[in-house]
Design a protein around this ligand. Structure first.
Ligand SMILES: [Zn+2]
Length: 458
């Protein structure tokens, strides 16, 4: 099974584009971006008037893209995903979170084989690239297969092999993760590795301390679920007298700012208390906010305004497609803004200037300081947007248009690490048609209604 296509262009120049600045809300017109070996070399106004024409790659030089007056933005980062769960999309609907896990997802996951992870990751990666998402922090199993998928997709990724601190296979699974880390650690400058303990509720304190020790020894960051719902916080308080985030602080999963090799990714932290937010603000961590997952589970509150006010590190995640259907970070930003405003009863909260930068906040996690900016020295992970669709007009405020209206259909071209991976809204790196058929076959094998009996309770 091999879905990779070859022959994509290495881009050296993108000309004739508008470049919005998501921090000062200015828009630079008719800009030329020069790229050298995957790094942005310069961003400057065009030296001469370039005739406007439809977007095309120069016939004589396939490394040059004429943007035809379209809009160039940085690639977006999906800070928390279980990408291969694309295969379980639509398999558990209209249920409580506890039933979603115990009566559906954990049962179907028993049937997963490593090659399924490859196909499911290709499918999710294709979706992300076609939506302008160029980097993802993926937390799942069989990450060697996921690695291969991201390599073929030409996408940037940070991979955490999911580790459970209880059950029969603790040591075996940890060893598989360590073997993966050793083999793949330095294999690609585009694909990094983290330690992925699942959560405080599935990893006892001693196990968390052990994983934190390994991460420190190997210079890796960590990626862990925490405080996803109110029940987890209640149980933690009852059993340990601490919130789940306090457990992470006390087991060394969180370090003070400046002390860790890289920030810990806290998937969700949705039920962080005010004192938890204080801990988060003092620690090297980024909470991946996944609003669609919570909204679908019937949950909504003012996490985002409180996290912003506390100065906690924040980013946006899709979570797995079995709980949120899509892996579209522009949509996550939109829902985050709407949840922030509606739950606080204040339309001034979760403002454009606060929410838009969260779409591009992957740099710290990826270890690439300028990631998510169109500036010299930043990696050339770039998205060309076609904003000629009706909902983008009259274009009075393109920042509001992007936050509240952007869709995959606006994503014209995508460059990752200087390489053109999407053009004309078509994926260039992977045979998408073949992939769809493979994904359908696997999903029908995994999802069986006969299996709908609780497997275990967590
Ligand atoms: Zn998750």
């Amino acid at each position: 099974m091999n879905n990779a296509l070859t022959g994509q262009s290495q881009i050296t120049e993108i000309r004739n584009v508008f470049v919005p600045d998501f921090f000062d809300f200015s828009v630079a017109e008719n800009m030329t971006v020069k790229i050298n070996d995957g790094i942005i070399e310069s961003v400057a106004p065009a030296e001469e008037d370039v005739p406007k024409r439809s977007l095309e790659t120069d016939r004589d030089d396939p490394g040059v893209i004429d943007g035809g007056g379209m809009v160039l933005i940085p690639g977006m980062t999906n800070m928390h995903a279980h990408t291969a769960m694309t295969l379980l999309r639509g398999s558990a609907e209209d249920c409580k979170p506890v039933d979603w896990f115990n009566k559906h997802i954990w049962i179907y996951e028993q049937g997963l084989i490593p090659d399924d992870i490859y196909v499911g990751t290709l499918l999710g990666g294709a979706e992300m690239l076609l939506n302008g998402v160029t980097a993802v922090a993926d937390h799942y199993f069989a990450m060697d297969r996921a690695w291969r998928a991201y390599d073929e997709l030409g996408m940037r990724a940070d991979l955490s092999w999911a580790l459970f601190g209880m059950g029969d296979a603790v040591e075996q699974n940890l060893q598989a993760a360590l073997d993966f880390n050793a083999e793949y650690m330095s294999k690609s400058s585009r694909i990094g590795i983290s330690m992925g303990p699942h959560s405080p509720y599935l990893c006892p304190d001693d196990f968390l301390k052990r994983i934190a020790g390994i991460a420190g020894r190997d210079g890796l960051k960590m990626h862990i679920h925490v405080a996803e719902d109110a029940r987890q916080v209640e149980i933690s308080m009852k059993e340990y007298g601490k919130t789940p985030i306090e457990v992470l602080r006390d087991t060394g999963v969180l370090s003070l700012r400046g002390e860790a090799a890289a920030p810990t990714i806290l998937a969700h932290a949705f039920y962080a208390t005010d004192s938890d937010f204080k801990i988060m603000a003092e620690s090297d961590c980024i909470a991946a906010h996944c609003p669609k997952t919570y909204l679908r589970g019937g949950d909504s509150h003012d996490f985002l305004p409180r996290g912003l006010a506390a100065g906690a590190g924040l980013g946006l995640g899709s979570d797995g497609p079995a709980s949120n259907s899509t892996m579209n970070i522009a949509e996550a930003a939109r829902l985050a803004a709407l949840m922030g405003k509606s739950s606080s009863g204040n339309g001034e909260k979760a403002a454009l200037a606060q929410v838009l930068p969260l779409m591009f906040s992957g740099g710290k996690v990826l270890g690439l300081p300028n990631y998510g900016s169109v500036v010299p020295g930043a990696p050339a992970d770039l998205v060309i947007l076609d904003l000629s669709t009706p909902e983008m007009f009259p274009g009075t405020n393109i920042f509001a248009d992007i936050l509240y209206g952007l869709d995959g259909r606006n994503v014209h071209s995508v460059v990752v690490d200087g390489r053109l991976v999407v053009r004309d809204s078509k994926l260039l790196t992977v045979d998408y048609r073949a992939l769809r058929d493979e994904a359908r076959t696997i999903a029908s094998r995994l999802i069986s209604t006969e299996a709908d009996a609780p497997m275990q309770e967590y």
